[in-house]
Design a protein around this ligand. Structure first.
Ligand code: NA7
Length: 572
């Protein structure tokens, strides 16, 4: 990796010549020529911010298009989410073989997952393998946090600056910065007073932490905490869980992949990936044709028992088609789930505290659990209900609630993220006329297809707001995003153009459509990160950040736009 040359980072190796001796850039020679006056080492055709699941694939596609491309990554290695989230218990909630990339047959054939829901370490190994196998590392600059991106309309390019002072000039800019990549700490008095280690789950030390014999406190009970808590409960002398809002958790049913299952997966892998292209959330699981009212109570209970015994998101995504839209249907399902919690947690008072009363099943992101409820049956685990006894402050010794002091040796913040727009807010993005993205999105994001923003030409937001990726088995939607963006850039270049920008009306129409997809679901009534609600960031406006129309519909719309010559975009 370069150490920088003046204000410019060291550049990329020249693109490989093709067999014919021509640069692989082919039809884009014109654009290269237009930029050939810039001999700065930090000048590229395309720049990708991030080298996680999105960034790696985007980098690969743009490189293979023949562009000079670089990815700037804040971490010290590839992996994104799977690089940062190394807390005990971190793993997929998607079946491993539906999460891996689908673009390469060779990769599909050579990689074997060892568990149906891969743990973080294996996933990181996989992403490192992808980076090596496709020779992506030469194009990635690690430990480079992007701080600003400024559009120059005359030169038709972005200037991208990083925290360490390097500057890059690029015609195309793709953000692959993750929907949940900016951790938020709790806004609690005395947060920094704790004398022992206090760690956010997304900043877990690489070498791990030995929690054996320690008094551990965990604040938060979202999807992260639900993975973490059973693991901590196994080793800690005591575990105190500070819960403000219980969540509806469904069993993950993870297990190792044995030889027989491995053979079946190998045989069916491509069929499974094809199915994921056609389901609402890009998972194997998809909604039933029937409604709860089409069946008898006995049939319904039997069906839910069956779903409860199935792995992954079966309960959330493969349920009756009315449970996410009809309050009555949702109440029946929530009652079923409440009975399950009551059956699994021995102390009825603890069980009662673990049963949500302020929202129905599936109206927030459903955490998937492995022994989560049973952890509360252990003598070393205590549940503190913050609705009854709120936290007063964090002290040097531990956490003080209105009821008493909880002395601790180690404090974990499983308090979530500044979702979807948070990572954009951390970059000073300035578009046409110097207008900022923060200002453009002050009342909530405005996007076209969740991929572009008027006033910010040649900028693409993979897995950004209003994008199908935010309610999806992410790699399935990310691949769609990346393929679309790559085709779009290729189309613009092939037309001899060099600039594409979403029109204001098309972005207005898409944003309104995004809201409609959310409004029809019960989740629209409940505060969660889907709407950018984060109690630790009180100034944030509540706005839908997700697209909830499902992958097939989203893809169809994106394909229609492309087929109509990128309708709704201004190309020049
Ligand atoms: P989440 O789902 O946002 O959960 C954060 C949790 O932290 C949630 O239980 C919050 O309670 C709790 N929280 C946040 N701030 C506080 C304060 N100040 N006091 C007490 N409790 C607090 O984040 P996760 O990391 O679990 O999951 C994020 C996503 O990652 C998840 O959806 C998956 O897609 C992967 P609250 O509900 O706000 O009362």
């Amino acid at each position: 990796m370069g150490t920088g040359a003046g204000t410019y980072d060291l550049g990329l190796p020249a693109p490989e010549p093709t067999a014919s001796g021509r640069r692989a850039i082919g039809t884009h020679e014109g654009v290269r020529g237009a930029m050939s006056g810039h001999r700065d080492l930090g000048t590229v055709d395309a720049l990708v911010i991030g080298a996680g699941v999105s960034g790696l694939y985007q980098l690969l596609r743009l490189r293979d298009l023949g562009l000079r491309v670089v990815a700037l990554e804040a971490g010290s290695d590839v992996g994104g989410t799977w690089y940062w989230n190394r807390y005990p218990g971190a793993r997929f909630d998607s079946e491993s073989y539906t999460y891996g990339y689908s673009f390469s047959d060779a990769l599909l054939d050579e990689w074997e997952w060892t568990e149906h829901f891969s743990p973080q370490a294996e996933t990181l190994r996989y992403l490192r393998h992808v980076a090596d196998r496709f020779a992506l590392r030469a194009h990635i600059r690690f430990d480079r946090r992007v701080t600003s991106a400024t559009w120059d309309d005359e030169a038709c390019r972005w200037t991208v600056a990083t925290e360490d002072g390097s500057t890059w000039l690029t015609q195309w800019l793709v953000t692959a910065i993750g929907a949940l990549s900016v951790p938020t700490l709790p806004a609690i008095d005395g947060r920094d007073d704790f004398a022992g280690p206090a760690i956010h789950t997304a900043r877990w030390p690489e070498d791990g932490v030995d929690l054996a014999g320690l008094r551990v406190g965990v604040i938060g009970t979202g999807a992260t905490a639900v993975q973490l808590i059973p693991e901590v409960a196994k080793v800690a002398a005591s575990l105190t869980v500070f819960q403000r809002s219980p969540n509806w958790c469904a069993p993950l049913h993870n297990r190792p992949i044995d030889a027989e299952a491995q053979a079946r997966i190998r045989e069916n892998q491509r069929d499974m990936l094809r199915r994921c292209r056609e389901t609402f959330g890009g998972f194997l699981h998809d909604a039933e044709g029937e409604k709860t009212t089409d069946v008898t109570e006995v049939e319904r209970e039997a069906f839910w028992e069956q779903r409860y015994a199935e792995p992954g998101f079966a309960l959330w995504f493969a349920n009756y088609r009315d449970v996410m839209v009809s309050p009555d249907a949702n109440r029946l399902l929530s009652d079923f789930m409440a009975r399950k919690i009551a059956e699994r947690v021995h102390d009825p008072d603890v069980a009662k505290r673990l049963i949500p009363t302020d929202h129905g099943f599936g109206t927030k992101r459903v955490p998937l659990e492995t022994g989560y409820y049973e952890a509360y049956n252990q003598p070393n685990v205590e549940l503190v209900d913050l609705r009854e006894t709120p936290i007063v402050r964090i002290t040097a010794e531990g956490v003080t609630t209105t009821a008493r002091d909880h002395p601790l040796d180690f404090l974990v913040f499983a308090t979530g993220f500044d979702a979807v727009t948070g990572a954009f807010d951390q970059i000073d993005v300035r578009g046409v006329g110097g207008s900022t993205l923060r200002a453009a999105w002050a009342n909530g994001p405005v996007t076209y297809l969740g991929l572009q923003v008027p006033g910010f030409p040649n900028l693409f937001t993979v897995a950004g707001p209003h994008n199908v990726s935010t309610l999806c088995n992410m790699p399935r939607c990310i691949e769609q995003n990346v393929d679309w963006v790559t085709d779009c850039i290729s189309h613009v270049l092939a037309r001899g153009a060099n600039r594409i920008e979403a029109s204001v009306p098309s972005a207005g129409e898409w944003t309104a459509h995004t809201y409609e997809t959310v409004d029809r679901l019960l989740l629209s009534k409940v505060d969660s990160w889907f709407h950018g609600v984060n109690s630790n960031l009180p100034g944030k406006r509540r706005r839908p950040l997700i697209y909830a129309g499902g992958l097939p519909r989203y893809r169809e719309r994106c394909d229609e736009v492309a087929a109509a010559g990128y309708e709704g975009f201004l190309i020049s």
